[in-house]
Write a protein that binds this ligand. Structure first.
Ligand code: ATP
Ligand code: MG
Length: 452
């Protein structure tokens, strides 16, 4: 029975009591991305295995150990996406986005799948928010993408997060660095893990990112890429830092960041939190100017990042950031007797058309039981409608917080009373949206030096 009563290890169900938190995170991420001009790109959950083998890199942990790969009925090898970047590149070439106005600015949120050992902050199905910017080679693009990531985290109420940056150079300067690394690691062959022994020849930088304890120790004293990068790469890196400084974004240069994926060039960065234990990386990204060509597309510079939504939520909870709770439902109409049921249903329909969250009894329960339900669910107002109300045409609306009752007309009064109170989920949302807009235009006026 376990097969049908238990979710797959490393996956999570999110109940309504928690899902509003994820919705808040997702909405905030999308809104921030929108401010920077990024539009949502949706791609399939599964792709040809080869896309990830090539696009993520077949010397990475993701491809070597973590992919969910299966053969479909047509004998094709397919893989559940372990990340979005390769899919986004494929889609942007296939749908011609990169032949339109540049830079392309795309963002996404969705599930990713990696067969890893489940633990706190590490799941087999998790969700990423990410952005990709194509067709801009200048260092301003790197800084812009980093700024977007920081803004999203700040907007979510995360106060403490460290940004660590590094440059891993370009294929030219990296060749020299690779040689230095191979030389270093060849002196420590006995101390590194078997996977690393195998990938040392093909991709020595991967060893710096290995999670095995024995390899971490060796990596700490390895030669550093920043001592090997060429003048162009150094100039690029310095400009990224200058722009971050200009925007007031704090960062730390961490020469040991290489990222786990093969396609990065020059700038790499990570958002790290000290508040969520061992899985401290909230997100990471970088520039990947060679990926388009690697996947058979035209040469297109690119930069982006991805963050784990679950880890964002963990940081927010650890730091006591606020998740705006969903609006309490407006009114519960409690029918007493058969005739009132139809009337309550009709009234609910009318109220919902006007944007009020309204419910009525669906169980044929006593009024007492209905009130208990309304109380539990947190309704702001209730209203009992029975034969005598139907006859007199008058009802009482009860404020569940104060117990105060307002008598009103059954046919027209409920809606009017709710309007008088100014209570409506839709109206509240509208008001919030309007505040957002006026906030934005205030900021704009301030920038333009407009005093009114
Ligand atoms: P880690 O070092 O934690 O394994 P990674 O380098 O594999 O991370 P990326 O491929 O850069 O991670 O993915 C970006 C973000 O996605 C990570 O910073 C993290 O927040 C999140 N993430 C990655 N793998 C998982 C996972 N198995 N469960 C939950 N979140 C994850
Ligand atoms: Mg990983």
């Amino acid at each position: 029975m376990a097969l049908i009563t238990q979710a797959i290890k490393g996956t999570q169900d999110v109940t309504p009591a928690e899902s509003y938190k994820f919705r808040f995170i997702e909405q905030t991420c999308f809104e921030t991305a929108h401010l920077f001009g990024f539009g949502e790109l949706r791609t399939p959950v599964f792709e040809h295995t080869e896309l990830f083998e090539r696009g993520v890199g077949d010397t990475t942990d993701v491809v070597q150990k973590e992919m969910y790969t299966f053969t479909d009925k047509g004998g094709r090898s397919l893989t559940l996406r372990p990340e979005f970047t390769a899919s986004a590149v494929r889609a942007s070439v296939e749908r011609g986005l990169i032949y339109d106005a540049l830079p392309v600015k795309a963002c996404y949120i969705g599930g990713c799948y990696r067969s890893e050992k489940p633990q706190a902050g590490r799941y087999r199905e998790f969700h990423q928010f990410g952005v990709e910017l194509y067709g801009a080679a200048a260092p301003a693009a790197d800084a812009e993408v980093i700024a977007l990531g920081m803004s999203a985290l700040t907007e979510l109420g995360i106060k403490k997060i460290s940004l660590e940056i590094n440059s891993i150079g370009c294929p030219e300067c990296r060749a020299q660095y690779h040689n230095a690394l191979r030389e270093y690691y060849n002196q420590h062959l006995d101390s590194i893990c078997d996977t690393c022994k195998e990938r040392l020849e093909r991709n020595p930088m991967r060893l710096l990112d290995c999670k095995a304890e024995c390899c971490k120790e060796i990596a700490a004293n390895a030669p550093r890429i920043l001592d090997y990068i060429c003048d162009d790469c150094r100039t690029h890196f310095n400009s990224v830092k200058t722009y971050l400084d200009a925007m007031g974004i704090d960062y730390k240069v961490n020469p040991s960041i290489v990222r786990g994926l093969d396609y990065y060039t020059r700038t790499v960065f990570e958002f790290i939190s000290g508040d969520i234990g061992a899985q401290a990386a909230v997100g990471g990204g970088g520039r990947y100017d060679s990926l388009f060509r690697l996947l058979g597309g035209p040469d297109t510079p690119a930069v982006g990042f991805a963050m784990g939504i679950e880890r964002i939520k963990m940081v927010m909870e650890a730091q006591g950031a606020e998740f705006p709770e969903p609006e309490r439902p407006s009114i519960y109409l409690a029918p007493m007797g058969e005739a009132a049921i139809a009337r309550c249903m009709a009234l609910c329909r009318q109220l919902r058309d006007e944007g009020f969250a309204a419910e009525t009894d669906l169980n044929g329960r006593s009024v007492k039981a209905q009130m208990k339900y309304a109380d539990k669910r947190g309704f702001r107002y209730t209203c009992v409608i029975g034969d005598s109300e139907l006859e007199s045409g008058m009802v009482r609306i009860k404020n569940m917080e104060t117990g105060e009752q307002t008598e009103t007309n059954l046919a027209t009064g409920i809606l009017e009373t709710l309007y008088d109170i100014g209570l409506s989920a839709t109206l509240d949302n509208l008001n919030a949206a309007m505040e957002g807009f006026s906030g934005a235009s205030d900021a704009l006026s301030a920038l333009l030096g407009d005093d009114d």
